[in-house]
Structures are given as structure tokens and as C-alpha cells.
Design a protein around this ligand. Structure first.
Ligand code: 5RP
Length: 223
């Protein structure tokens, strides 16, 4: 395991310390969340009693691979905590998510939970958001018109592709990754979600509770 994976593992494993019997737990998506799911599954298989719901087909599949029964989000009446990664996080716990294409469901899950615990390796800490593109999920119907409206506002971006085909999210939508012209992300997010056909962006604000940072030496801190 390389140093970066060690850092992700430290954050993901540490988050399991906050999961207690009786909780309903939201499973995030991505490589850091995968370490959380791995360790949580181990604890559940050893007797920890929690219910889990997932934020993506990928995290559901992984949890099932470890023997967990994953509930549909509409089968639970409340969610205690969601544990999820991020692509960038600033000092005010604003985030960019969605490199793994799951940000729409992740935001629904996080905003429906009493707490979102964020798990990141140290490379995700940034002074200002916007080093990476902002993922925007877009309805396929009329997506080229939606693109024109986005570009008319002055944004540049590209359609996310997989094997040269448009990437299709779990919600059967497309993703347009936008290169932000400056760091005014909140304003840009609000402009973008006003456009018909835009489902949501990967900008997360006022959602993160505790943030667990994993370091390459295998240590972690909780903020
Ligand atoms: C998926 C996400 C992930 O949480 C984010 O991309 C972080 O992934 P990783 O832990 O693999 O770096 O937002 O939509």
C-alpha cells in the first residue's frame, strides 16, 4: 500500500470509531469511503448493530461484497451519520465533490443525516476551493442546450467520458466538468443550479460536521 492509500485508510478506519450500536449509517463513495466500508463491515460482522444505506451503486456493491445488507434510503426514517470523502475541502469545511460521479446522491444523503463525517487524506486540504473542476450533473434531455446556457454565463467545461462515450451517472444523467474562472464557487454554484436541466453541482457547503484527515504516515486528526 502506498503512502496516499495509507492516509486514506487512516481516515476511513478512524471514522468507524464514531459508529455506535443502533445507528443508521450512510455510506459515501470513492476510495477513502471504501476503507470506511471495509472496516465498518468488519465491525458489523463481529457484532456491531447498525443499518446502512448507500450513496451509489458502487458503495452498495462494495458493502454487499463484505456481506452487508444495504437498505434503500426510503426504507429508513432517519439517518444518524453519513461518512464520505471529498475532492477538496477548505478551512470552513466547504467542499468540492463528484470526481467519483456520485455527488447528487451524496448530497441528498449528507443533507438527510444528523451529521456528515468527512474523511479525507491530507492532499485534499486546500486554502481555496477550485483547483479541480466543479462536476455538474445534467439531465440528458436537451443537454446540448443546457451546455450553451452554461457557456453563455462564461463557463468552460467538458463532458465527462468513459471509453469515449458520455459517462452516465447512477441517476442516468451526464456530467459536465467546469473549469472555474475564479474562486467564487458559491456564486457560480447558484448561477448553475438556476439553469433548467442542471441537477446539482459538486459544491457542498454547511454540510460537513467532523472532518477526519488521514496523513501519509498513517496518523489521523479529527477537526
Ligand atoms: C464521489 C466523491 C468522492 O467522495 C470524492 O471523489 C473523493 O474520492 P476519493 O476518496 O476516492 O478521493 O465525491 O462522487
Amino acid at each position: 500500500m502506498d503512502e496516499l492509500e495509507q492516509a486514506k485508510k487512516a481516515a476511513g478506519y478512524k471514522a468507524t470509531a464514531f459508529i455506535k450500536d443502533g445507528m443508521v449509517v450512510g455510506l459515501g463513495s470513492g476510495t477513502t469511503a471504501a476503507f470506511f466500508i471495509e472496516k465498518l463491515s468488519e465491525k458489523i460482522n463481529q457484532g456491531l448493530k447498525v443499518d446502512v444505506v448507500s450513496s451509489s451503486a458502487g458503495s452498495k456493491k462494495l458493502a454487499e461484497h463484505f456481506g452487508l445488507q444495504v437498505l434503500d434510503i426510503n426504507e429508513v426514517s432517519s439517518i444518524d451519520v453519513t461518512v464520505d470523502g471529498a475532492d477538496e475541502i477548505d478551512q470552513n469545511k466547504n467542499m468540492i465533490k463528484g470526481a467519483g460521479a456520485a455527488h447528487v446522491r451524496e448530497k441528498i444523503l449528507a443533507s438527510s443525516s444528523h451529521e456528515m463525517i468527512v474523511i479525507v487524506d491530507e492532499t485534499k486540504l486546500v486554502a481555496k476551493l477550485g483547483q479541480r473542476p466543479l462536476p455538474v450533473e445534467i439531465l440528458p434531455y436537451g443537454h446540448l442546450f443546457t451546455q450553451k446556457k452554461i457557456e453563455k454565463l462564461g463557463f468552460e467545461g467538458s463532458w465527462r467520458k468513459e471509453n469515449s462515450q458520455l459517462h452516465i451517472t447512477d441517476n442516468e444523467n451526464y456530467l459536465f466538468d467546469i473549469k472555474l474562472p475564479s474562486h467564487e464557487i458559491k456564486k457560480f454554484h447558484e448561477m448553475l443550479i438556476d439553469i433548467p436541466g442542471v441537477i446539482d453541482t459538486g459544491f457542498f457547503t454547511n454540510l460537513a460536521g467532523r472532518v477526519i484527515v488521514g496523513y501519509k504516515d498513517g496518523s489521523s486528526t479529527v477537526r
